[in-house]
Design a binder for this molecule. Structure first.
Ligand code: TTP
Ligand code: MG
Ligand code: MG
Length: 348
């Protein structure tokens, strides 16, 4: 694979930072954005917390009742999603201008492929500085930028530099920088996989360098196709591409559920309607592909797409293709779904 330079940008304590900006009277106090604590009896979880609240042990997904016990004096605020979405759009308008290929992965996060634009890491660092400066100027919000030879390394650099930082990991540093890190630094290695690796190694608190001792065949034995991916990632190799938004003409529609859901009947019913609406809008035109969008409860957003020869396809054909992609989101993750979308692309 050609040498690449990838940039990852992630807004700092995003929802809470926006609230801080909007309510300067709370600056310096712990702020928790999420469910209503109802004096410690509330249900639901924390969406995010500022650094003051994090110092009490509060973070995303902490039950709100626990957050209240940990820090009753915090300012608890509800999630004002429409507003955060507007800020997100404004941030991405700035970011999108910095590279041809920009992949938005959530409301506050994106990858940019700078390989064509920048000839060196120094140049890429300049782009990172510009992004930070322009976002701050326009929105008065800080973000962190990580730069590396692939998406995983860019993201790791970003995590290391948080908050309000900028870090470059050059290819020559990649292998060394991650060897002392915990296994869950690798995307795809969660608590269960970690447990399985540690059991195999007969070692607690195993680090990346420990897992590098496992042969590729053994990892495949243990984890199937994922094992092959882990083998490379443990060595800092990640060939996944920055998937830029297609510039092609398209027609699409999205639906946000009133409550996040995993109910397939509900999800499919809405999907059927979306396909119908989009089909009626696009029916006079030839269709050359479709895209299914899924945003999970934590705002992680993924797309799956199919393409075909441009033609006048029937609604039922689009529905069947689309639903098979949609079902993959349901089976691959047990998170609840917040939003689904359907889009068809038309020849330019
Ligand atoms: P993150 O980027 O994961 O977190 P963050 O921006 O709050 O903090 P950091 O500085 O560490 O990046 O998520 C972005 C926003 O998405 C976050 O502000 C709130 C929302 N979110 C949830 O609502 N629930 C979650 O479990 C997570 C992880 C995020
Ligand atoms: Mg963030
Ligand atoms: Mg994020």
């Amino acid at each position: 694979m050609k040498k690449r330079i990838i940039l990852h940008i992630d807004m700092d304590y995003f929802f809470a930072q926006i609230e801080e900006r909007e309510n300067p009277q709370f600056k310096g106090k712990p702020i928790v954005v999420g469910a209503d604590p109802r004096g410690g009896k509330g249900r639901g979880v924390v969406s995010t917390a500022n650094y003051e609240a994090r110092s009490f042990g509060i973070k995303s997904a902490t039950p709100i009742s626990r957050a209240f016990r940990l820090c009753p004096q915090a300012v608890f605020l509800p999630v004002n999603m429409d507003f955060y979405e507007k800020v997100s759009l404004s941030v991405f308008k700035i970011v999108s201008k910095k590279a041809k290929k920009v992949e938005k992965v959530s409301l506050d996060e994106a990858y940019l492929d700078l390989s064509d634009k920048c000839r060196s890491y120094k140049e890429a660092e300049k782009v990172g500085e510009e992004i930070k400066k322009e976002i701050y100027k326009k929105e008065r919000l800080t973000c962190t930028v990580g730069i590396g030879e692939n998406k995983m390394m860019a993201k790791i650099a970003c995590e290391l530099a948080k908050p309000d930082g900028l870090k470059v990991i050059k290819p020559s540093q990649t292998k060394k920088i991650i060897e002392e890190m915990p296994l869950e630094t690798i995307p795809g290695i969660g608590p269960k996989t970690k447990e399985a690796i540690q059991k195999y190694l007969k070692k607690k608190n195993a680090k990346i360098k420990d897992a590098r001792k496992i042969k590729k065949e053994k990892l495949i034995d243990l984890f199937g196709k994922r094992g092959d991916d882990f083998y490379h990632k443990l060595r800092g190799v990640d060939n996944s591409l920055v998937e830029g938004e297609r510039k092609a003409k398209s027609v699409g529609k999205e639906h946000t559920f009133q409550k996040d859901t995993r109910d397939p009947e509900k999800i499919i019913k809405v999907f059927r309607r979306l396909v119908g609406d989009v089909y009626r809008q696009a029916k006079e035109e030839k269709i050359k592909g479709l895209v299914v969008v899924c945003r999970f409860e934590d705002f992680e957003t993924h797309t799956k797409q199919a393409s075909f020869e441009p033609g006048n396809y029937k609604e039922d054909f689009l529905y069947k293709k689309g639903v098979s992609l949609l079902l993959r989101f349901l089976t691959r993750s047990n998170k609840k779904i917040r939003l689904i979308g359907f889009r068809v692309s038309l020849p330019e």
